[in-house]
Design a protein around this ligand. Structure first.
Ligand SMILES: Cc1cc2nc3c(=O)[nH]c(=O)nc-3n(C[C@H](O)[C@H](O)[C@H](O)COP(=O)(O)OP(=O)(O)OC[C@H]3O[C@@H](n4cnc5c(N)ncnc54)[C@H](O)[C@@H]3O)c2cc1C
Length: 410
């Protein structure tokens, strides 16, 4: 029994490890070396408080204003707008109150497990030192700004997700570099961060091969199947025999699902980071500022600043002005932050219009599975996804009912 996992990002690598551990013969297949996609440069946060659907009114009501602002947190490239319409209509459909309630529950069901699943995976693989002990601070200028984010906190209260409301002084006691303009904050103790998300993928891939797993390089362009999976076909003409295939190609899963006859409304929400090697300050917590839509994370290689959503498809060249805007915003929270010695990066978040990932067996082909669409939370969900998909593929009962995450829900 050979299982081919397509895509060696954090999702595919964690699943490959889980399956190999349980005795399957697993091939982890990628056109690149492991961890070079979105999993390379994300903001490193196990963001258990961020599961709420992007389609909730508090967010989408701001979208028209953001889109008119060239420096706003969401940017749609004008040439890409027509292609985005079907996705956007589904996004709006996901904003109905009853739909929102179930999407929140589906995100919460994953986030309520994600820190403990991540810690268990890190312990098992000897990678405990990869995660910080500190949480995240969410920043607000004043009470009015805090009230505008109130629906977020109410959802956390409803699902029992840990958080603590702080004054500006209490936030500065925890992070002395924060600007005096911060009047209020919320501490999320469980939003821990990884030292380096890329190194995490490499370490998991190394644990996978140590168990006998095989890493193969090649670009998937097709599949041979009847009622069951038979082969994975590569661009260079090779055909790899497979009894089971798991599609984990991140934002690039859409064309593969299309070939497999199961189209999905997957888009890329492009995001940017700036890695500052000599920031001139040090921090213990990650910070987010909801009204200014940026995040700052202390990582092994300095301070990482990121955020922003750019809808421009998979092929357009990066627009690094987006990264520079985010750094300028970060300086409003961290006035002493220096950004001379830095690198910039762009990655593709795999985004479904209802914000909930696909964790599913195929509705059409035996031996075919999908784990994609993790959006802003692929690192957060990786260990839990591996746990759930491993159980599903082995024929066990997953710890979370996976019906809401099925491929044919659209
Ligand atoms: C700026 C930014 C910040 C983020 N911050 C966070 C955060 O703090 N916390 C969090 O949880 N998440 C965060 N995310 C989201 C997270 O990075 C993604 O959800 C996650 O990395 C997706 O993982 P993946 O394995 O599905 O995809 P990827 O890491 O993109 O991996 C997909 C792999 O598939 C391969 N592939 C694609 N097509 C083919 C093909 N045809 N044949 C062979 N191989 C193929 C690619 O080469 C790639 O290696 C952020 C993302 C961005 C861009």
């Amino acid at each position: 029994m050979v299982t081919i996992v397509v895509g060696a990002g954090v999702i595919g690598t964690a699943i490959a490890y889980d399956l190999q551990k349980s005795g399957r013969q697993v091939v982890l297949l990628d056109r690149d070396s492991p961890g070079r996609g979105a999993s390379f440069g994300n903001m490193a946060s196990i963001a258990v408080t961020e599961f709420m659907p992007a389609s909730r009114p508090a967010v989408w009501k701001q979208i028209p204003g953001w889109m008119l602002d060239p420096e706003g947190p969401v940017r749609v490239r004008p040439s890409y707008m027509p292609r985005l319409v079907p996705w956007f209509l589904r996004f709006i459909a996901a904003s109905r109150p009853s739909t929102l309630r179930s999407l929140e529950a589906q995100g919460a069901a994953l986030c309520q497990r994600s820190l403990s699943d991540t810690l268990a995976l890190l312990r098992e693989t000897g990678l405990q030192d990869q995660i910080s002990q500190q949480g995240c601070l969410s920043l607000y200028t004043d009470d009015a700004e805090f009230r505008a984010d109130r629906d977020h906190i109410e959802i956390l209260e409803r699902f029992g997700i840990a958080h603590e409301i702080l004054t500006g002084e209490q936030a500065r006691d925890l992070e002395p570099e924060l600007s005096p303009s911060i009047g209020k904050a919320v501490r999320f103790p469980d939003n821990r961060s990884m030292r380096d998300p890329y190194k995490l993928v490499l370490a998991l891939a190394q644990r996978f091969t140590a168990l006998g797993g095989r890493i193969e390089t090649g670009e998937v362009t097709g599949f041979a199947r009847d009622s069951a999976m038979r082969q994975v076909i590569l661009k260079d003409g090779r055909r790899l025999p497979a009894d089971e295939v798991v599609i984990c190609a991140g934002a690039f899963s859409r064309p593969l699902a299309q070939i497999l006859g199961e189209p999905i409304p997957l888009e890329t929400e492009r995001g940017y980071h700036t890695q500052i090697m000599s920031p001139g300050i040090s921090m213990q917590h990650s910070i987010i500022w909801p009204a200014r839509a940026f995040m700052v994370t202390p990582t092994a290689g300095g301070i990482r600043v990121g955020g922003t959503v750019e809808m421009a498809g998979l092929k357009a060249a990066p627009d690094y002005r987006r990264a520079k805007i985010t750094v300028a915003r970060a300086k409003t929270a961290l006035p002493k932050l220096q950004a001379q010695d830095c690198t910039e990066w762009m990655g593709h978040r795999p985004a479904l219009p209802d914000t909930v990932p696909i964790l599913s067996a195929s509705a059409k082909t035996r031996g075919l599975y999908y784990a994609t669409g993790h959006g802003h939370l692929g690192l957060t969900y990786a260990a839990t996804t591996a746990h759930l998909m491993g159980a599903l593929i082995r024929g066990e009962t997953p710890a979370v009912d996976l019906h809401p995450y099925r491929i044919n829900r659209f």
